[in-house]
Design a protein. Structure first.
Length: 204
């Protein structure tokens, strides 16, 4: 069955995430189709963890397209905020919040936090399901360590990238696409997923 796999639906509506995931999947011999090409509403993310939400999105997309699906759920966890914004990263400042709204909300909450306590990390859980009720989905995880800067820097990336400070002094938004796609949380998780899918695609 897996040897005949030619199309995979990407279960995301985030343009920045879509660009990154397509680039990271470019080595697979498949056609990657965004869920926006189909007429259905995105899944409601009701899970309490990154992996639950990723699976909800993947199963939902597979159910509506009849295709195998890949989804990820990712977010920023700040130690001093007890792991927030976590699974609520994309709606930290409200359901209709923009990336800028969320970023400013984070900086506001951390205004008086010392440099030594600004430790944070991005998490990504990437999953693949062969069909809606797949009982053995592929699941991969990535984490990217950093700190929260006091103000945004950089024009690249999306989300919290402008305030995610790396050990070399740059923010994630100051990296080239190639640099980010070699070290980020999503790059780690998707690299793992691509390796597992390559094995599956090589069978039969």
């Amino acid at each position: 069955m897996t040897g005949k796999l030619t199309r995979i639906v990407l279960a995301t509506g985030n343009p920045g995430k879509l660009r990154e995931m397509r680039a990271l999947l470019s080595g697979l011999p498949v056609e990657v189709v965004p869920q926006s090409e189909f007429d259905f509403e995105p899944a409601e993310e009701t899970g309490l963890s990154f992996v639950e939400n990723a699976l909800i999105k993947a199963r939902h997309a597979s159910a509506h397209t009849g295709l195998p699906a890949i989804a990820d759920d990712s977010g920023l966890a700040v130690d001093v905020l007890g792991g927030a914004p976590g699974i609520y990263s994309s709606r930290f400042a409200g359901e209709q919040a923009s990336d800028q709204d969320n970023l400013l909300q984070l900086l506001d909450q951390m205004e008086d936090v010392d440099d030594s306590d600004r430790v944070a990390r991005f998490h990504c859980l990437a999953v693949w399901v062969s069909h809606e009720e797949d009982p053995v989905p592929l699941i991969c995880q990535g984490a990217w360590e950093g700190r929260i800067a006091h103000q945004p820097s950089g024009e690249g990336g999306f989300g919290y990238d402008p305030v995610f400070l790396l050990p070399d002094g740059r923010t994630a938004a100051q990296l080239t696409k190639e640099e980010k796609n070699s070290i980020s949380h999503r790059a780690q998780a998707m690299s793992c997923l691509v390796s597992k899918l390559a094995v599956l695609l090589g069978r039969g």
